[in-house]
Design a protein around this ligand. Sequence first.
Ligand code: ADP
Ligand code: ZN
Length: 523
Amino acid sequence: MSASPLETLQRVFGYDSFRGDQKAVIDHVVSGGDALVLMPTGGGKSLCYQIPALVLPGTCVVVSPLIALMQDQVDALIELGVKAAFLNSSQDWRTARDVEQAFLAGELDLLYVAPERLLTDRCMDLLSQGRVSLFAIDEAHCVSQWGHDFRPEYLGLSILHERWPEVPRLALTATATAATRREIAERLELNQAPHFVASFDRPNIQYRIVEKNEVRKQLLSFIQAEHEGDCGIVYCLSRARVEETATFLCDNGIPALPYHAGLNAAVRAQNQARFLREEGMVMVATIAFGMGVNKPDVRFVAHIDLPKSVEGYYQETGRAGRDGLPATAWLAYGLQDVVQQRRMINESAGDDAFRRRLGQQLDAMLGLCETVGCRRQRLLAYFDQQIEPCGNCDTCLEPPQAWDGTVAAQKILSAVYRLWRERGQRFGAGHLIDILRGKSTDRITQYGHQTLTVFGIGADLSEQAWRGVLRQLLAQSLLAVDQEGYGTLALTEGSRAVLKGEHKLLFRREPEKKARGSSRAAG
Ligand code: ADP
Ligand code: ZN
């Protein structure tokens, strides 16, 4: 063995000391053990295999799905004097052949390979003819069929263990629920391997969740008030929303670029490069953007649509403040998000178990949105980590008040019950609120809803307050989005207990909105 890990860290990478679990992981791998490493984004996972790659004789093979980033990663290593190369579909065959020969000649410390490439016969034969010191499986959560980064090729990686039982394997990920962890260990056959789990707290990120009304205006004021000139990412659910939001920001003087899977590869690569290079650029993107993008000074991550799971939310917000300086995770969330996501789950392909799993993931996300306790505490609890209230999230900084919403809930549930009898029709949340508030709209007259006993019984609460009540009932599954009707609301088992007065409800009081020109129609 040539040099010690610490000496290598200092000489090659120019750092003084290891962080967190790095030393323990490296020592374990260098002595021949397998391991699963869970560290948040920016936690320093790369060194966990790059140092063993330099210390151990042979080549460390890094399996990574991020083809677009391999060139950058390899260039950065070469700059440090490390002998690194990659094999992927972006190369011409001559370049690939040169890389293969360098590997066979024992001239490489690190070889990055995309999983689909690795699993080809040609690549398997190549690896058998050379000397592999270590397999590093990066973004190991891609093996999880439940996650949104699932890559079927990852399932084939258990073959590494069968073909090279004596070569240690290191799986790395920033995704860390106990369930995903188990799934990775199982599918990659890492059953005996220790798990190195770092703290997932990112104390410099301030988490804030606001009630959505006019979301683009809210986003603009948030950026102008707190992050003018800063680099940030805005996540949206759909491509159309990405486009319109990017245009809206540009029209309002905020430099912004779109990124989604519907743009061609060249445009995506160009926008990503500009985001990385230029100062103060805002990337408006779907979740297609971000995995492996290492930009330390992202000052905010905004979500203008509700993420589908706490894991996704954590990953996406984790791209803020990787340099350790203060950053903001800002999410706007409203009634329509809950209705839409519940409906999408109802309509999604897949069996009941799959839909149930999606429903549970959404429930956890809604729990985070509706909590009156510390957001960070709730977030980390999802990853089985306990902390004290943080003092750096919206609920710690401005504790929300609660109010007894039992009677309001009973009113709205009675109205749903009345409308349910006319379930051939599509009555959404807006119509329901109009009935409660006693508004005479065309639709109300058309269906004779002014004669319902519930008509006008909720005039004491504002439209906004009613939307809050509906949202919280949906979030707690005390009301459901009907399986058949488009956005129609239906009672659940839980609703009956509320109607019977067996269940007292405490709701979050929304901060009062400043009066605005128009009140958005509900739907
Ligand atoms: P991850 O892959 O976990 O997201 P990286 O490996 O990209 O994180 O590391 C994040 C940043 O932290 C990089 O800029 C890296 O150089 C730096 N870093 C990692 N380990 C150390 C260390 N021991 N000392 C100083 N900087 C480190
Ligand atoms: Zn807090």
